[in-house]
Design a protein around this ligand. Sequence first.
Ligand SMILES: OC[C@H]1O[C@H](O[C@H]2O[C@H](CO)[C@@H](O)[C@H](O)[C@H]2O)[C@H](O)[C@@H](O)[C@@H]1O
Length: 628
Amino acid sequence: APQGGSPSSASSSSADASLTSVPAPTVTVSTAIASPTASLDATLPSQIPDPPVQSWCTSQIFCAGPLLQTINVAGLYADPKTFVDKPTSASAQTVLANFKNLTNSSSSLTESQLVNFVDSNFGGEGTELEGLPIPDFNPSPSFLRNVTDPLVRAWSGVVHGYWTQLIRGTNQSALCSEGDAGPKCESSLIPLNHTFVVPGGRFREQYYWDSYWIVQGLIKSELFDLVNATLQNFMDELETIGFIPNGGRIYYLNRSQPPLFINMLADYVSATNDTAILDRALPLAEKIVVLCLTITPDMHAHTHRQRELTWWQDNRTMNVTSPFTNQTYAVARYAAANTAPRPESYLTDYNTANDPSLPTLSESERSDLYAELASGAETGWDYTARFIAQPLAGGSNNTNPALRTLQVRSTIPICLNSILCALPLIWLAVHVLISISDRANTLLASLYDLRQNSTAASTHLETALHIRSAVLDLFWDADKLAFYDFNLTSHARNSILSAATFYPYWVGILPDDVLSDATHAFGAFASLNAVLRRYNGTYPTTFVESGLQWDAPNAWPPHQYILLDALRALPANISAAPLPAPPGSQSGFALVPAGQMGMDEGGGVGVGERARARAMVIPDTGGTASLL
Ligand SMILES: OC[C@H]1O[C@H](O[C@H]2O[C@H](CO)[C@@H](O)[C@H](O)[C@H]2O)[C@H](O)[C@@H](O)[C@@H]1O
């Protein structure tokens, strides 16, 4: 097998399933042909001065600089990511010399000169990757037999079959090898040692938080070797880079993504009992969760001084004093250091910053905006009203005015802090506060138990109490019965309800208000009831139709997963009661606590009658079923 490691139970397959060796898929490359919107003999539009070179991304071809800006301003490709995924066909030195000759040859370059330059100096996007076969692919894994609905079962079988299209390896023969005068070419790919699974389409590389849900699927599909390989790649990155980047390209090296490595590890060990992986993984995982272990400089310093130099703590943590209780907490935010357009979205960011219909930005305002845009990408929710001061500033057809008011770095997000503290918090929930599904038993404290390291486990438990307090204090609104992000500028909670409101439940943080009163528990999930009653569809990311992809009406699969787990986290004595019915002929919206959704029925800033959350078959509960 091309994957690293082979757990004992990794080869299990259903007895009646026929094992099939599926041939390696052909990876389609060079799908994009340069097709500038301007005519070929048009000269390039004028440019603003190049942004500063980014210390984290020093390629003069794929990172901010004159070449990248010129190619982008020419608008050769509909998707700016196409260009930065093309390896050069000659050494970087040669390509840069050719570019210099070109720019010296004329004061006004034409579109066709740029098309020729790219065609003769670059190869097809993604050629450094190869599609790999899945050895002994089982088209009928046992989970399919437990899907009773024939339609859903057939659909699940089709989805299972997609794995064969998404497995990649680094194409060693296409990598830029060393020549006498240095590497023979340059590519933006971060080569990985193990097989990996890609989201697909333009996302040709491994992504961090996508991999969490990929791992959930791989486990169901009994493709354990691929999970192991995914984890090995991430461990390699933790060792060599110091953190797990957003994705597997050098232009992602200034940011991470929602940190779910240890969740993947726990789920893998639970599914395979491959505890051998823990020797390498646990110290690296600790690097990720250390935020939870170093609450304030004076707490735990005696036990955790050696862990202080870690990535999330050093780069993303700050102390916040609650205006509600005056308690101080170390909490995390997304905050990428960046003063240039994102290379994979260069023209998009450039246009946001230089939109002629909007006020001209000073250099420092532009830099700030670029940092916000990169930080927004780090959230995984790029982009959403949740992190925007004026989400409807340009209406839903023009998102530039809204993006100019991004406030990612001044938002303490519910989701990140819930995730970062998930393991000790769920451990706490399981062992101290509430009963929760078996899944929780696989989490960090249990992993430590496996290694007989009870000291570390008790520290996690102690820490969990503190972090649970931070989440409940900063984010929980007891009147609206919902969690909201904390805004560092207003020093108050934001008012936008989003799918993030369910993250604390997902990780086992249940407010006492909810635990003590079934009516409150219903109120906390009343927006879900309203959505299901009215639209019979999935839960949108927010209820704001901003035109951004992480806003209404779009609903994203990760959130449906989290929401279902959030419901499962409710104790049975709270969730078993029948749902309250709306009075008279009113809709489920009438049952939503005042102000929770921040919208008026059928209007306001929300989805209202226009909602079209991507429909999924979830039957209307009709007011009689339980929340579960
Ligand atoms: O499925 C991969 C990811 O796709 C989206 O974000 C990615 O694309 C952006 C633009 O090309 C890029 O700037 C960002 O950093 C990428 O992660 C999606 O929003 C992500 O949630 C998702 O992981």
